[in-house]
Ligand binder design. Structure first.
Ligand code: HAM
Length: 542
């Protein structure tokens, strides 16, 4: 038997890695609590229309990546039999259809008197051994029975009809002489189209509307942790089931939900959370995509600007230039980059209100000391964004370097039938946080000291201790040896622990000139004590 495996793009999380997941989640919950966020848990699947209307039908997520199915699907046998009858009407003199109360083990009996021929047919969703056996039994029963088939043909053949998703019909015969026919059509009645959530903002806003969270006039600050599903091409940092840690700030305009201070506060919280997790060298990319009207205007500006240059661009860009010019900005093809960099920027298409809002966000970030990089190309792939959009990236992640993304969505509530409720939020890819921390921790383990101090003789232990203190005070990572070690042993220990060894004996103490050997180059250098810290901080490369 073939062994069953986790589905492509999904994976098991095992100890000890799960401890890291728990640590990240605990850290996130603690930071969210300090900013007065409460947890929301929404269902993992929702009505497909929520994502079509909320995230946008034209987005990659909705048009290509969703796991969608018809729920409460029922096989509509009557519809399939009607279709079949219409197709085969001329072939038989008589088609007898069994009624719902009939005990006949088949659905139709059709006779062609001229040929003395009868077919009995079963209509089923699939052809499996059970149905085939039932049909074979029905045929032998019919052959044995004179009651049902008196006056009908002597030859009795079984026919199994199943639905086919592709146009046309096909017919084959089993070894037992049963006809297998597939007919095209959708013979299912469905109650609802459902989708595994590809993201959680639409679900949170749906819950906000449904539970009337805006009625009290308060700002709602909600966070969530949980799985999301996208049918993307799996690679490192990109999975089909992945986990997001996200938060949304939403409320009626009177609650201050539109204020640029909300944007700055959310970004400051993210900076704090990443720092507390130990991910310090992140970059915050920031942009404003303006109002829906600003964005539409920019789209037209881009469309016009692309006309003279698009012929030199990749095929994807050529398509996007027509269908959705904004997506040209996401292109990663190196040759297209100078062309894209020269295109008009969205900042110039913003109306006065959007410009003022963005300027206030930047001023608040400056005031709270959160560093950012303005990125005119950050337009994000979901339709609900308005005004502020952002991403935090980390170099250690490679191609999938977005740790998190988010922005404002001032019209989303109305788009899914709710009251005016501006909001801003983000989602962090938890899988990517884990990868980043694992890489940082591995680097930490490999990190060697700047120097190993080797005292020559036990009498030098105390001066060596003083030298170590002096160098550590200068910010260096210092490993201290032991005067009783033979020089060879000191060298071996130093090679494992540090990038360089500093030899300290009586002569060095007297002269104030120390011998330093840098392991990567093998070069031995005489360095005056006063310059030692600077030398060790940046040893010569050759
Ligand atoms: P998003 O940019 O589509 O935004 O996703 C946010 C983050 O989820 C990404 O930056 C990435 O870290 C992670 N992520 C996305 N797809 C995958 C994947 N296939 N595998 C692993 N990680 C992935 C949203 O989802 C918005 N709902 C964010 C938001 C909240 N905007 C406003 N509020």
């Amino acid at each position: 038997m073939t062994t069953l495996k986790a589905v492509r793009g999904t994976r098991d999380l095992l100890p000890p890695e799960t401890a890291l997941w728990n640590r990240i989640e605990a850290n996130a919950r603690a930071v969210f609590a300090r900013y007065n966020f409460g947890e929301i848990r929404t269902p993992v699947f929702e009505d497909t229309a929520l994502f079509a209307r909320g995230v946008g039908e034209e987005t990659d997520i909705v048009s290509k990546e969703m796991y969608t199915w018809l729920d409460g699907e029922r096989f509509d046998k009557a519809a399939m039999m009607d279709t079949w009858r219409r197709q085969h009407l001329g072939e038989f003199d008589d088609i007898l259809q069994t009624g719902p109360a009939s005990s006949d083990p088949f659905d139709l009996a059709c006779t062609d008197k001229a040929r003395d021929y009868t077919e009995i047919a079963i209509f089923s969703t699939q052809s499996d051994a059970v149905v085939l056996r039932a049909l074979a039994e029905a045929v032998s029963k019919a052959q044995a029975s004179s009651r049902q088939f008196t006056g009908y043909g002597k030859t009795i053949v079984g026919r199994l009809v199943t639905p086919s998703p592709i146009p046309g019909t096909s017919e084959a015969r089993t070894e037992d002489g049963i006809l297998l026919e597939r007919i095209h059509g959708n013979f299912h009645k469905s109650s609802q189209s459902l989708t595994l959530r590809p993201e959680n903002t639409a679900g949170v806003v749906r819950a906000y509307i449904e539970n009337k969270l805006g009625d009290g006039g308060q700002l709602q600050k909600l966070y969530y942790i949980g799985p999301q599903f996208r049918r993307e091409r799996p690679q490192k940092g990109r999975y089909r089931q992945f986990s997001q840690i996200g938060a949304e700030v939403i409320g009626p305009p009177s609650s201050g939900s539109e204020s640029p201070i909300r944007d700055a506060e959310v970004l400051e919280m993210l900076a704090t959370l990443l720092d507390e997790l130990g991910i310090t060298d992140w970059t915050l990319h920031l942009n404003s995509v303006g109002s829906q009207a600003d964005r539409a205007r920019y789209n037209e500006t881009l469309r016009a600007a692309l006309i003279p240059v698009v012929g030199q661009m990749c095929v994807d860009c050529q398509r996007r230039a027509v269908t959705n010019p904004l997506r040209v900005l996401d292109c990663k093809v190196p040759a297209d980059q100078p062309i894209i960099d020269a295109l008009p920027v969205i900042a110039d298409s913003l109306d006065e209100a959007s410009k003022a809002h963005f300027a206030a966000v930047l001023a608040a970030l400056d005031a709270s000391g959160v560093p950012y990089t303005r990125n005119h190309r950050l337009v994000r792939g979901l339709d609900y964004y308005t005004r502020t959009t952002f991403e935090f990236t980390h170099g250690g992640l490679g191609a999938q370097n977005a740790l998190l993304g988010g922005g404002r969505y001032d019209g989303l509530s109305e788009a899914i039938g709710g009251p005016k409720a501006p909001g801003i939020g983000f989602a962090m890819g938890e899988d990517r946080l884990v990868l980043t921390l694992q890489a940082l921790e591995a680097a930490q383990l490999e990190l060697k000291g700047d120097a190993f101090i080797a005292p020559l003789g036990e009498g030098i232990n105390l001066p060596a201790l003083a030298l170590a203190k002096e160098l550590r005070a200068a910010g260096l990572r210092i490993e201290l040896g032991e005067g009783s070690f033979r020089l060879k042993k000191s060298f071996e220990a130093a090679d494992k622990a540090a990038r360089a060894i500093v030899i300290l004996g009586e002569d060095e103490l007297q002269s104030g000139i120390l011998t330093v050997k840098t392991f990567s180059t093998g070069v031995q250098t005489k360095v005056p004590r006063a310059q030692l810290a600077a030398f060790l901080a940046e040893p010569p490369q050759e």
